[in-house]
Design a protein around this ligand. Structure first.
Ligand SMILES: Cc1cc2nc3c(=O)[nH]c(=O)nc-3n(C[C@H](O)[C@H](O)[C@H](O)COP(=O)(O)OP(=O)(O)OC[C@H]3O[C@@H](n4cnc5c(N)ncnc54)[C@H](O)[C@@H]3O)c2cc1C
Length: 270
């Protein structure tokens, strides 16, 4: 690890001003990705601006068919929240399936979404639940947020303050997980909004994506059979020691069918 300075901000404005005035500074959330990459000398920020003491970045609010979660809310808090379990049970279940207890107690929703790891779970929820990423200066629609592997629409000095999810009538997230890290080798989130269905896939490609063919098929007939036979092209999908591109393409169909089956077993929330 290279040497760095440490600054603890207590307001969003303080963090943003510090980020602008200190060249090479990065914000620190749970540190579960950033500190690991610093240890490997893949990142060498001149300064870490810790967001943990900013009260405005935490908290969960349930509104009229929305759930808004502060950027510094830890995965364990989302999983254990009675409000999220009631209003958006598929999101609480997703959070409870991230990594292990230690990572869930440290990792944050804002950190995960800003990091945009191709195998992370939350990006699929943001996309399937048609969420809005709220920053210190604007609101970014989910469809415009995830640009590529570890790339987002965020400016270099822009901070996620919260994420507002739309509440579907029902939804489900199913992943084929890596047995050690629990990152998604392939994960599929399906959400039924009554007049539309959204299907988001993580882990399979360089960045989370929607599957229009599956969304169309589910809009015609809402059943697991509708997606089980749809196979996405393997071109451009991830291939590594865990799974090849062809295998990942097959797993998208399998996980999508399981997600629809699980979703249909859930009670309607509205
Ligand atoms: C062993 C292990 C297993 C894991 N398994 C999984 C898994 O199964 N599923 C999964 O989804 N994830 C998994 N993760 C990732 C983990 O869930 C963290 O969410 C993730 O590492 C990033 O969140 P963080 O809060 O730790 O962010 P940090 O590491 O602190 O920051 C990550 C990046 O985001 C930036 N950032 C942080 N907060 C903000 C903000 N509010 N606004 C703008 N930029 C910001 C930072 O500057 C940095 O560039 C795993 C991690 C580990 C170490």
């Amino acid at each position: 690890m290279y040497a760095f300075d440490y600054h603890r901000a207590t307001t969003v404005e303080q963090a943003r001003d510090r980020l602008r005035s200190q060249p090479g500074a990065r914000v620190l959330a749970g540190g579960q990705s950033l500190v690991a990459s610093m240890k490997l000398r893949l990142a060498d920020p001149a300064e870490l601006i810790d967001l943990a003491a900013i009260p405005a970045l935490t908290g969960i609010q349930v509104g009229d068919r929305t759930v808004t979660i502060g950027a510094m809310t830890r995965h364990a808090e989302v999983a254990a929240s009675a409000d999220v379990q009631r209003a958006l049970p598929s999101l609480a279940a997703l959070a409870g399936g991230i990594a292990d207890r230690m990572v869930r107690n440290m990792g944050t929703m804002g950190g995960s979404v800003a990091n945009n790891d191709p195998a992370a779970d939350y990006p699929s929820a943001v996309l399937a639940l048609n969420a809005t990423v709220i920053t210190d200066r604007r609101r970014i629609a989910a469809d415009d947020f995830f640009l590529g592997m570890f790339q987002t629409a965020l400016e270099a000095d822009e901070l996620i303050t919260s994420i507002q999810f739309k509440v579907p009538r029902r939804g489900a997230y199913i992943k084929y997980r890596h047995p050690a890290s629990r990152y998604a080798i392939v994960g599929v989130y399906v959400a039924d909004f009554g007049d539309s269905i959204r299907v988001a896939v993580t882990g399979a490609g360089p960045v989370v994506f929607r599957v229009a063919d599956m969304e169309r098929a589910l809009s015609t007939k809402l059943s697991a059979d509708s997606v089980a036979g749809i196979r996405i092209p393997s071109d451009g999908l991830n291939a590594d020691i865990h799974a090849g591109a062809e295998y990942r393409a097959d797993m998208v169909s399998v996980m999508a069918a399981r997600a629809v089956e699980t979703m249909l077993s859930e009670p309607l929330s509205w």
